[in-house]
Design a protein around this ligand. Structure first.
Ligand code: MAN
Length: 357
């Protein structure tokens, strides 16, 4: 893989972006259903399986938009139904490209499912026709499934993803050993919660997970830690990191992929956003034995939207990650740019650790 260092302005960004970015765009992926268009590719999980590198992409679809109307798909009893509203209707609000509000009810402008692609070199990915599409199922996933994290625990891959429905945004869990047969574990955490990353090994005999509950009135969008004896029953929740007023992560924060074990602690790459929705990445260092203790944290982002494909797109000024591969000191991070395309960047783990305060 050949990383390219962009000529950057003054920044604390230490990401070595791939010269091939973006490595996947909506044109590379066929629509799941006739009549739908792949609008965006977002925020993939990443993992190794069968001697190949895999991404589990979030594929966001909707019908080709016609003048004068706003239309989007929802799932009803396992089928796709298209909802359509007139743009002249005063009850319609489309000011956020990701959300439609009609008469006080919220919808998403696109319906997301998860798609597997694989690669020998980590740059050139192809779809795997033998692998199933992972789509929303049941009443908690009728607006789709998004932003999956994949953690390998023993010989089983655990998928934790955002399950969206009129009930809210929650954390769904499925697992697999072969990427063909999946066990559905239902909702791991109820709404409102997302950004859930499982640790890949037990600490003190317990499984641990980072997650992000949020409350619009009191508290905020903070990173929490939970523990479980069996990956089913979760408790002992603790808030471990909060947003920081005036900083790059002032409005919301959320965990990326599974924490990385280092000799200095668990390294967690996380996203932080401002009230203006500029999404950057930073890191937390958690105590190896007591992971609710934050030892160090990024003062400034280790990555921020700088490249054109990170600043312009469906929803610009966004770098968002929930997938990476580790090889010694080398962290290859896959990320969604501008909620539109899939990109990759490399970080030296020592470099990230040294940047924390
Ligand atoms: C939320 C999620 C992500 C998305 C960002 C930026 O955190 O919906 O999927 O990438 O917003 O829009």
């Amino acid at each position: 893989m050949s990383p390219a260092v962009l000529p950057l302005p003054e920044t604390t960004d230490i990401a070595l972006r791939f010269a091939e970015n973006p490595i996947l765009t909506p044109d590379d992926i066929r629509p799941s259903t006739p009549g739908l268009k792949v609008e965006c590719l977002l925020n993939p999980a990443a993992f190794r399986f069968d001697d190949r590198i895999w991404l589990l992409l979030r594929v966001a679809e909707r019908p080709e938009q016609q003048p004068g109307t706003t239309s989007f798909p929802v799932l009803e009893n396992g089928s796709i139904r298209i909802r359509e509203f007139s743009n002249n209707d005063p009850r319609l609000d489309t000011s956020d490209p990701r959300i439609v509000t009609f008469d006080g009810a919220g919808y998403l402008t696109t319906l997301s499912h998860l798609r597997l692609v694989s690669s020998a070199d980590g740059i050139h990915f192809r779809e795997e026709p033998a692998c199933p599409l992972l789509v929303g199922e049941g009443p908690h996933e009728s607006y789709g499934i998004e932003d999956c994290r994949v953690s390998l625990i023993g010989s089983r891959y655990y998928l934790t993803y955002t399950a969206v429905s009129p009930h809210g945004v929650a954390v769904g869990m499925r697992s697999t050993e072969d990427w063909k047969n999946f066990t559905h574990h239902g909702l791991m955490l109820p709404a409102h919660n997302k950004d859930c990353a499982l640790f890949e090994e037990k600490i003190g005999g317990m499984h641990h997970a980072l997650h992000r509950p949020s409350s619009p009135e009191l508290g905020g969008n903070y990173i929490w830690l939970a523990e479980s004896p069996d990956l089913v029953h979760w408790g002992n929740h603790r808030c471990i990191a909060r947003t920081r007023p005036g900083m790059w992560d002032s409005a919301r924060i959320g965990a990326g992929a599974a924490p990385i074990r280092t000799d200095r602690g668990w390294l967690e790459i996380y996203h932080g956003a401002t009230p203006e929705h500029r999404y950057c990445l930073g890191a937390l260092l958690l105590d190896l034995d007591e992971p609710w203790k934050v030892i160090a944290r990024s003062e400034e982002p280790i990555m921020e939207p700088l490249a054109p494909y990170e600043n312009e797109g469906f929803f610009g000024k966004v770098v968002f990650t929930n997938g990476h591969l580790i090889d010694g000191d080398d962290l290859v991070m896959y990320y969604g740019a501008s909620d539109s395309v899939i990109c990759a960047a490399r970080f030296p783990i020592r470099g990230v650790l040294d940047s924390l305060r």
